[in-house]
Design a protein around this ligand. Structure first.
Ligand code: ADP
Length: 443
């Protein structure tokens, strides 16, 4: 027997960084109480809880998921909650397991794994007839037999990676063995569960990020943003500006491809953050679809300023079993034999863009011990800048990429046009500067 439910809907939110505070503001607007499972690397004071947080529940979700599930079950039986969710990609399968075990709304464990494990995702997308590059999977370090059969260049990545961790391009068959070895090393040292690798053909062209929301199978694309045109060999994140200026047929092909991916991966309810590359500038190929609000909440900020949607609030509503509010103004993007999409592109809706928004990820620009970060304080005065989320500070040590993938700061800004966002980002390249002392020199 479980105890009576709390009067307000309550959602357990796993590993949300409190510095991305607007996610908690969304909970407040939605009238949803949050039980926060704090990130292990963040100390949250019970006396100064973020908005909407009614309780803290420390759990070691990655280190001991069995115990974490048992503690959640105990909590549920004594003080029931209505749902559980996360914006932290590696925790998506755990959250789905908990929801399934407790009979709460959720994706289901199998679909959550498909959206998180790049091997399953690639297979499902290929089976559904979506645009997929040639790929092979390597389930263990002994599995590489020296012949990929793929067209070079290729990209090697951990099957369960995130934040571009270890993702490396190999230009030739001669390089591939060494690259595979180094990505296995990243798996061993940086990922809590190293499950395998995927090697796939390199997709050139602009990179896009898409924020979308599904409600009982109907997908609405909230925004399509531009993410630069990274060429490797490593793929640090850089800029994100939305809406991306795209011809209508290409834009529609992207919408249909994302809707088809929702359906192939079983993401019929709730948010998704999808990354794609536009091969030849026209043909969308999915890199991955994450069944969550992206970028720890950056995606919410982008969607809010491009369309007025409250993405995080709707994600929490769906987690609690409530109906999402959605967007007021959207157009239907029907089936078509458009230029770029795959054969299976699905109809969907596209929210009307009414503004522009951007995220500038401050590049490390070097390595060593940080002695000073210049330019961030002055930026706070710029009326276009809404949030500066600083993750690295003087005293922190930055190791050379690809060994380290933490980012110094995010600068989130809103604009009247994507062109204004682009000019603003160009100015940040010289306005923000990080000074380093070589490690060991400045203790
Ligand atoms: P993660 O989940 O670790 O972020 P992704 O699959 O999203 O891994 O890859 C990270 C980045 O690496 C992408 O955003 C993209 O820039 C680049 N990348 C990954 N796979 C490919 C590919 N097949 N072709 C071109 N670039 C790729």
């Amino acid at each position: 027997m479980t105890a009576p439910r709390a009067p307000r809907p309550t959602v357990v939110l796993v590993y949300q960084r409190t510095s991305l505070r607007w996610v908690f503001d969304s909970a407040l607007r939605a009238g949803i109480d949050i039980v926060l499972v704090p990130r292990p690397d963040e100390s949250v004071s019970p006396d100064r809880l973020p908005p909407a947080v009614v309780d803290l529940l420390p759990l070691d979700v990655e280190g001991d998921p069995v115990k974490a599930l048992a503690l959640l079950r105990e909590r549920y039986e004594s003080t029931p909650f209505d749902g559980i969710t996360t914006l932290y990609d590696p925790a998506v399968p755990f959250v789905a397991d908990v929801a399934e075990a407790l009979g709460l709304p959720g994706l289901g464990s199998a679909d959550a794994r498909a959206a998180q494990d790049k091997r399953i995702m690639r297979r499902r997308l290929a089976e559904a007839g979506l645009n997929v590059p040639g790929f092979i999977v390597l389930d263990d370090p002994g599995a590489w037999d020296g012949d990929s059969g793929l067209t070079f260049p290729v990209v090697v990545k951990p099957a369960n990676g995130f934040s571009s961790l270890g993702v490396t391009k190999a230009d030739s068959a001669e390089q591939l063995g060494a690259v595979i070895e180094s990505v296995w090393e990243v798996c061993r040292t940086k990922l809590s569960q190293a499950t395998g690798l995927i090697v796939e053909e390199y997709l050139d062209g602009p990179e896009l990020a898409v924020e979308s929301f599904a409600d009982r199978g109907e997908v609405t694309v909230l925004s399509i943003g531009y993410k630069g045109e990274p060429t490797g060999p490593y793929f640090e994140e850089g800029v994100y500006r939305a809406p991306a200026p795209l011809p209508q047929d290409v834009r529609d092909a992207v919408v249909r491809e994302v809707a088809a991916a929702h359906s192939a991966l079983g993401v019929t309810d709730g948010p998704a953050h999808t990354e794609l590359r536009l091969r030849g500038g026209v043909r969308p190929y999915l890199l991955e679809l994450g069944a969550r609000v992206g970028g720890s909440g950056v995606s919410h900020y982008i969607a809010e300023h491009v369309t007025g949607a409250d993405l995080a609030a709707d994600a929490l509503r769906v987690a609690a079993g409530l109906a999402p509010v959605g967007v007021n103004d959207s157009v239907s993007v029907g089936e078509s034999v458009g230029v770029g999409g795959s054969a299976s592109g699905s109809p969907a809706r596209l929210a009307r863009a009414t503004g522009a928004a951007a995220n500038y990820i401050v590049p490390c620009g070097g390595s060593g011990r940080i002695t000073a970060i210049h330019g961030l304080d002055e930026l706070a005065e710029d009326p276009r800048v809404d949030h500066i989320v600083q993750m690295l500070h003087p005293g922190d040590v930055v190791r050379p990429y690809p060994d380290f993938t933490g980012y110094p700061a995010f600068v989130l800004s809103h604009h009247t046009s994507t062109r204004d966002a682009e000019e603003f980002h160009r100015s940040l390249e010289s306005r923000i500067r990080i000074d380093y002392a070589p490690t060991g020199a400045a203790q």
